[in-house]
Design a protein around this ligand. Structure first.
Ligand code: IPM
Ligand code: MG
Length: 369
């Protein structure tokens, strides 16, 4: 059996707690001889800053590059509010994305039947929701230069961020969206702001050209990103795949995540290009939620997004889609049994902590195996 190299980066806040639950799932796969995972662990974010003054060390970057998949918890927290900008915890995550060229960020938003009432929207609006945001992750205003604050000398300062996209960056993310749409309901909605931004004009032009050149079987629509945000809370079930840039994708994916009841439910995959020689692609899997410093260390965090992120690794990195489906089914079954962490707690349900939730999902997985 081929062995897969996983590089675990628990990070900060609730990261180590939710990673603990994924480690149990990994151990389970190994002990059942379903797959062979080798794990190594490193530091990212504030944890890395405390250990060696950088948000990720060069040695850990090398280990990430050499792995078959990086599994990341969360970064950041108030403890590091005052560290220099280039050493802040988030810089570690951004370096991983950029240096590994993980340009395609997949953020599914799925409403589990048992949670349809946990959403802030009415049940009928979200029941059965299954959409995917494909966010461009290595370009745009996150990385564009110049990016600076200058002193104008007259008591004023000026801040500049640069939104920049080359056509190849738009083309490659559009391809990912079209290809995935073919495996789903075959619809892509592209979101930008061509009414005020040149990058939006180019975005729309390139997406349209890519569609014409090879994906005419997929239904393509365009929406201004602000209208898209409005439609996401008005009628989210109209969407199958949304493709958008780095910043709009950041915002819209938080909105989409909340439709499902809690940020604690949503996994993500960040993928690089497929290597023509090996057929493999660099990849990082992380929950959409942050480090939740307010509940860190209390055993209260919801491990579902983290476990579901590992399921995405099985699907997108290891050709184990049927096991990914089983993990998702185990999560659905656990929720159907009435178990809830605090973030998704509802009247009449049984409130449990991180470890109990992880154990319950594993028990359901065992039952489905
Ligand atoms: C996300 C996060 C990150 C981002 C932060 C932590 C840098 O919000 O992954 O959505 O803005 O991309
Ligand atoms: Mg975000």
């Amino acid at each position: 059996m081929a062995s897969h190299k996983l590089f675990l980066l628990p990070g900060d806040g609730i990261g180590p707690e939710v990673m603990g639950e994924v480690k149990k799932v990994i151990t389970w796969f190994n002990s059942r001889d379903i797959a062979q995972f080798e794990t190594e662990q490193g530091l990212v974010g504030g944890a890395a800053h405390d250990a060696h003054g950088q948000a990720i060390s060069d040695a850990d970057m090398d280990r990430a590059q050499a792995s078959d998949a990086v599994i990341l918890g969360a970064v950041g927290g108030p403890k590091w509010d005052k560290v220099p900008y280039d050493k802040r915890p988030e810089a570690g995550l951004l370096r991983l994305r950029k240096d590994m060229v993980l340009y395609a960020n997949l953020r599914p938003a799925i409403v589990y039947p048992a949670l349809a009432d946990a959403s802030s929207l009415k049940r009928e609006l979200v029941e059965g929701l299954d959409m995917l945001i494909v966010r461009e992750l290595t370009g745009g205003v996150y990385f564009g230069q110049p990016k600076e604050i200058t002193d104008l000398g007259n008591g004023q300062k000026r801040a500049i961020d640069t939104q920049v996209y080359d056509s190849y960056e738009i083309d490659r993310i559009a391809r990912v969206a079209f290809e995935i749409a073919r495996t789903r309901r075959n619809q892509v909605c592209s979101m930008e702001k061509h009414n005020v931004m040149k990058s939006g004009v180019l975005w729309k032009e390139v997406v349209t050209a890519t569609h014409k050149a090879g994906f005419l079987d997929v239904a393509l629509s365009h929406m201004l990103a602000d209208a898209g945000g409005m439609q996401l809370v008005r009628n989210p079930k109209q969407f199958d795949v949304i493709v958008t840039d780095n910043l709009f994708g950041d915002i819209l994916s938080d909105v989409a995540a909340m439709l499902t009841g809690s940020l604690g439910m949503l996994p993500s995959a960040s993928l690089g290009a497929v290597d023509e020689k090996t057929g493999r692609r660099k990849a990082l899997y992380e929950p959409v939620h942050g480090s939740a410093p307010d509940i860190a260390g209390k055993g209260l965090a919801n491990p579902i997004a983290m476990i579901a992120s590992f399921a995405m690794a099985l699907k997108y990195s290891f050709g184990m889609g049927e096991w990914a489906d089983k993990i998702d089914a185990a999560i659905a079954a656990t929720l159907a049994r009435g178990l809830r962490t605090g973030d998704i707690m509802q009247p009449g349900m049984q409130q449990v902590g991180t470890v109990e939730m992880g154990d319950a999902v594993l028990a359901e997985l065992e039952a489905l195996a």
